[in-house]
Design a protein around this ligand. Structure first.
Ligand SMILES: Cc1ncc(COP(=O)(O)O)c(C=O)c1O
Length: 284
């Protein structure tokens, strides 16, 4: 994503080409930083408060300094107004700070939206399943696995995406042992049987997606029942349609799973309706 603007705690707006982190910031050394990715519609960050709450929760779980919500709001405002584009991606970062002490770095970065999202939405994604080999209920009782924490330790997630691309697909879906569906590397996962929408439960240690919460509300208004739980991959494979949700990609249809068509192999009506509802909720 092309960086359009950057605001840094105690410094304000900074040229995005300038270096920001010390080499011994644990964010770099060990991936100890919390972050958030927020979609900006018409110059307004969507659900910023929900993202700030999650950032604060991630910071606590990672043992970082508290995230100062007011500082992040102000960094976000500065970066968004400097970006010069109305529809962008805002990312917020809070690092652990330098190894031998020193303040964490706080920054807000605004980037252009990734290209081709609408083409992908129109054709739908092909996904592969990616086993993690974890018991489905382990992350809930093993805090060191950082289930539900949005930290910059995303190398495994990126490797799963790369593996999907290597196999000619677009993305991956993580599964726990027993083939229990968890989430995508950067998305929550959904599927539909008749009027019922299924999505993995937060108790599985998946990220509590802000978009997921928005869609749970929107789905009820559209007459869908939503069931959260521990569901096997075979249940997803037999669905009439499937999609993922995330702030950046919004509602993204899934049309193929492990090289087999999902539903009729085309984007489905619930994904379309929910995408429209999400855009309506986000309309400035
Ligand atoms: C692992 C993971 N799950 C789900 C999501 C979707 O969350 P949100 O809807 O808040 O963007 C993300 C977003 O980055 C993610 O990284």
């Amino acid at each position: 994503m092309t960086v359009l603007a950057l605001a840094v705690g105690e410094r304000g707006l900074v040229d995005p080409d300038e270096p920001i982190l010390h080499a011994d910031d644990e964010a770099f050394l060990r991936g100890r930083a919390a972050f958030e990715t927020v979609r900006v519609y018409g110059g307004r960050p969507f659900k910023l408060e929900e993202h700030l709450r999650r950032l604060s929760g991630s910071a606590a779980r990672l043992g970082l300094a508290q995230a100062d919500a007011e500082e992040f709001r102000s960094l976000a405002r500065a970066a968004i107004s400097h970006a010069g584009e109305q529809n962008t991606v805002l990312r917020l970062y809070l690092t652990a700070g330098r190894e031998n002490g020193g303040r964490s770095v706080r920054l807000a970065m605004v980037s252009a939206l990734p290209p081709h999202l609408e083409e992908l939405r129109a054709r739908g994604m092909k996904v592969i399943s990616a086993p993690l080999g974890l018991d489905a209920d382990l992350r809930a009782v093993a805090p060191w696995l950082l289930g539900g924490v949005k930290s910059t330790s995303y190398a495994v997630n990126m490797a799963a995406q790369a593996e999907a691309e290597r196999r000619g697909a677009d993305d991956a879906v993580f599964v726990a042992s027993g083939d229990i569906v968890l989430e995508g590397p950067v998305t929550n996962v959904w599927w539909r049987h008749e009027r019922v929408l299924y999505t993995p439960a937060l108790e599985l240690g998946i990220l509590a997606g802000v978009t997921r919460a928005t869609l749970i509300e929107a789905a009820a208004a559209l007459g869908h029942e939503v069931r959260e739980g521990a569901f096997p991959l075979a249940h997803l494979a037999r669905a009439e349609e499937a999609f993922t949700s995330s702030s950046v990609r919004e509602v993204m249809p899934v049309v193929e799973l492990d090289e087999a068509p999902l539903g009729d192999g085309a984007p489905g009506p619930a994904a379309r309706e929910l995408q429209a509802a999400l855009r309506e909720a986000a309309a400035p």
